[in-house]
Design a protein around this ligand. Structure first.
Ligand code: FAD
Length: 290
């Protein structure tokens, strides 16, 4: 498996990078960590005429906390950088843990949060927790930029709101919040290096034992990561009990449309959704760290 021929560019600024994308047209692609795109090119699934590497855009690597804006993570931050960042661990430990559950050390060292989102595979590990935490992304074009909630970023399998011929995902922002606890749990067929058969993220805001707010996001059970809104409504305003969490888990099953594939049947996935939703909620409620 050899890489096909392509032109290679390594712009020094974001303006240069978006300008290049415009100039090169639809057959050019952005290169971040390369863990996905290079594999696709080697196996003949993709043959872009040019790759525009972001490696010199060092500002896209930064992870910063701002009390007004929240946690801003540059698109080029790798999974291991997110996992090991003291700032991420202090403010959103559940995101650090989700990054740790992704793939294996080699992929976590190269793969980036921006690539994970633009890749837009239904089983990706970061979208569910980012959606549960109400994150949004910034997409920069040649003359302007726009923000899109992660929840509405995905438009289908391997499809997202980014316009690849002119836009670069520059940043992911998680706003400051009152959330009491959040978590992401994943079921893969191996402990390391396996895509999620099912992933469930939950974020809850508690008032004593009463659930004031809840956000649940399911991964790998629909064409895009999806909120289990009816399951959230089962919880809001109620005192939590194990029975209530089981009821929310059962309701979450109705919010997904899993497929059967080599990793598991649709029926198995539905069962996992019920159990993992219950477990994720219990962990978010009882452990209490965001
Ligand atoms: C063995 C293996 C195991 C894996 N396991 C997992 C797993 O467990 N969980 C999981 O979620 N994923 C997994 N992946 C998928 C993948 O590695 C990750 O999604 C990774 O985060 C992709 O990031 P990257 O920087 O390498 O993207 P790249 O390969 O560089 O790019 C991926 C796509 O996104 C575009 N892109 C990248 N960055 C930007 C940007 N900033 N702006 C605009 N477009 C951009 C590229 O043009 C390309 O189309 C696995 C991959 C492999 C090979």
């Amino acid at each position: 498996m050899y890489l096909p021929d392509f032109d290679y560019y390594a712009p020094e600024s974001l303006t240069e990078a978006t300008g290049l994308l415009m100039q090169l047209g639809t057959s050019a692609r952005v290169l971040a960590g390369g863990t996905d795109i290079l594999v696709k090119m080697k196996s003949g699934l993709l043959a872009p005429s040019a790759l525009v590497s972001l490696k010199n855009l060092h500002e896209l690597r930064r992870i910063r906390w701002d009390a007004d804006r929240g946690l801003a993570i540059g698109a080029l931050a790798t999974h291991n950088e997110i996992c090991n960042s003291a700032v991420v661990q202090e403010h959103f430990l559940s995101l650090s843990e989700a990054a740790h559950k992704l793939a294996n050390n080699q992929i976590r060292n190269r793969g980036t949060i921006g690539g994970n989102l633009v890749n837009a595979i239904p089983s990706a590990d970061l979208p569910p927790i980012l959606i549960a935490l109400g994150a949004y992304v910034t997409l920069a074009g040649p003359n302007s930029s726009r923000t899109v909630p992660v929840e509405s970023f995905f438009t289908g399998v391997s499809r997202c709101a980014l316009e690849p011929e002119r836009e670069i995902l520059t940043e992911v922002v998680i706003p400051p919040q009152k959330t009491t606890g959040s978590t992401y749990i994943k079921f893969g067929l191996r402990r390391s290096g396996a895509l999620a058969v099912v992933g469930v993220a939950a974020a809850v805001t508690m008032d004593g034992n009463v659930v004031r707010d809840a956000r649940i996001c399911l991964g790998a059970v629909y064409k895009v990561p999806t909120r289990a809104i009816q399951a959230e409504q089962v919880l809001i305003g109620k005192t939590w009990t194990n029975d209530l969490l089981e009821q929310a888990g059962r309701t979450a099953v109705g919010c997904c449309l899993p497929i059967s594939d080599i990793r598991g049947s649709a029926e198995y996935r539905r069962d996992l959704v019920r159990i993992f939703t219950r477990r994720a909620l219990k962990r978010a409620i009882t452990q209490g760290h965001v």
